[in-house]
Ligand binder design. Structure first.
Ligand code: UTP
Length: 408
């Protein structure tokens, strides 16, 4: 793309400022900038013009869950089934580690957070420990795929290598890099992070499967014979990964996906709830429900919309492959975005200053015909580290880790 072509592309969208330093750049950076502009998807900016309101939800109905009690009754059957699938290498694990964790505010990948106190215990290491429990029980390695972004791929892969894959078999660990999207100010101007570089951020965790396919890893999974993928977040230190009981229950249910859920801690808890929307499984955020729906109860007094998702899903690969070409909704999310100010100085804002564009793995659930809602015990399996202090922080996660006998 030439300078003129770039200008021609940007001007109608009011984005000519991206070329303001062009003349002073060395040739290599000029070429790089033009390449970024050529690849730029300006249609995303339309989403801001339309207003940042989310698409209204369809008709909601409760889905309930396979409760802890019900799971307990059939635990041995589920576990046996799950272990058999794992031993046959039918289950893979996908760690979503491409996010920037802006709420926590680390300048390194979140998985490099040391959750230990008297010893080094990194988030990545603890997640591998959790997976190792199953590997030992099944006496079989489970393929572990790690999604990074171009912002943290180098640090992440180096960290795994430095720590000898935290004791995992490195022949079963595969990294892949997700896509990026531009970040914009509240008035829709794309930010720059260097004079030759548009500000971009990872485009959400919803593209994980297509990024994995693009990286050639579907063939790899097929070689192993993998049929199910357990997708999980980087920051829930207590979660079980490739949990045989969950896997067995999902297979037994005949569903094409499953989600680990927890009962709400209180009626007003701000969690995404797994329910039915227009007859299909769906995750609906608390603010997308009316008070009446949110607080409705059955005849026994139980909340009907009671099960919050924990970002631990199991998907059948065949179904993922079939839906891959379908469009997913893009969410416009307010975030803190580092940017070049009018003096070309890089500013790291303390407060959100614009929007990022993200697709979300939770929207995949609505693309599935059915979903096993699988209840787990919150204090045993849900300790996400999202914030610096308070709720869902390092402090609260450490407390739960101690409670579960993990030495810090
Ligand atoms: P979060 O919703 O916590 O988002 O991600 P985040 O961007 O990492 O953190 P904040 O909101 O800026 O504080 C949930 C999971 O999805 C992954 C994260 O790494 C985390 O495991 N994720 C998120 C990606 O892999 N890619 C993304 O683009 C976004």
């Amino acid at each position: 793309m030439t300078y003129e072509e770039a200008l021609h592309k940007l001007a109608p969208a009011g984005q000519e400022h991206l070329l303001q330093y062009y003349e002073e750049l060395p040739q290599k950076q000029k070429d790089s900038l033009l390449g970024q502009i050529e690849a730029l998807d300006l249609s995303l900016l339309e989403l801001i013009k339309e207003g940042v309101a989310e698409v209204p939800k369809g008709k909601l109905e409760p889905l309930g869950a396979l409760t802890q009690e019900e799971i307990q009754e059939r635990k041995d059957i589920y576990e046996k089934k799950g272990l058999e699938a794992i031993q046959a290498c039918k289950v893979g694990a996908v760690l979503l580690a491409g996010g920037q964790g802006t709420r926590l505010g680390m300048d390194k990948p979140k998985g490099m957070l040391n959750v230990g106190i008297n010893r080094e215990l990194y988030l990545f290491g603890q997640l591998v420990n959790n997976l190792m429990e199953v590997v030992k029980k099944a006496d079989a390695w489970i393929p572990l795929l790690v999604m990074t972004s171009e912002k943290n791929n180098e640090d992440t892969t180096a960290f795994f290598a430095e720590h000898d894959y935290f004791g995992y078999n490195k022949d079963y660990v595969f990294f892949f890099v997700q896509e990026m999207a531009p970040s914009v100010s509240y008035d829709g101007k794309i930010y720059m992070e260097e004079k030759y570089k548009l500000s971009t951020s990872p485009n959400g965790n919803g593209g994980w499967f297509s990024s994995l396919v693009r990286a050639g890893l579907l063939e790899k999974l097929q070689e192993f014979g993998v049929e199910w993928l357990n997708v999980f977040s980087v920051d829930n230190v207590l979660q079980k990964i490739a949990d045989p009981v969950f896997v067995g229950a999902a297979i037994d249910s005949g569903c094409v996906c499953g989600s680990k859920v927890v009962a709400k801690a209180e009626q007003g808890e701000k969690v995404g709830v797994l329910c039915l929307e227009d007859g299909k499984p769906s995750i609906v955020e608390y603010y997308e429900m009316t008070d009446e729906i949110r607080n409705s109860r059955d005849e026994k007094g139980q909340l009907l919309y009671n099960y919050g998702v924990t970002l631990n899903y199991l998907f059948d690969i065949g179904t993922l492959t079939r839906i891959m070409g379908e469009n997913m909704p893009t969410h416009v999310v307010e975030k803190k975005i580092p940017y070049l100010n009018e003096h070309a100085q890089l500013i790291n804002p303390e407060e959100p200053n614009g929007y990022k564009f993200e697709t979300l793995v939770l929207d995949m659930i609505h693309m599935m015909d059915n979903c096993l809602s699988f209840e787990v015990e919150r204090r045993k399996e849900f300790a996400p580290i999202k914030n610096r202090t308070g709720v869902d922080s390092l402090e609260s996660a450490r407390e739960l880790m101690r409670e579960n006998g993990i030495a810090l």
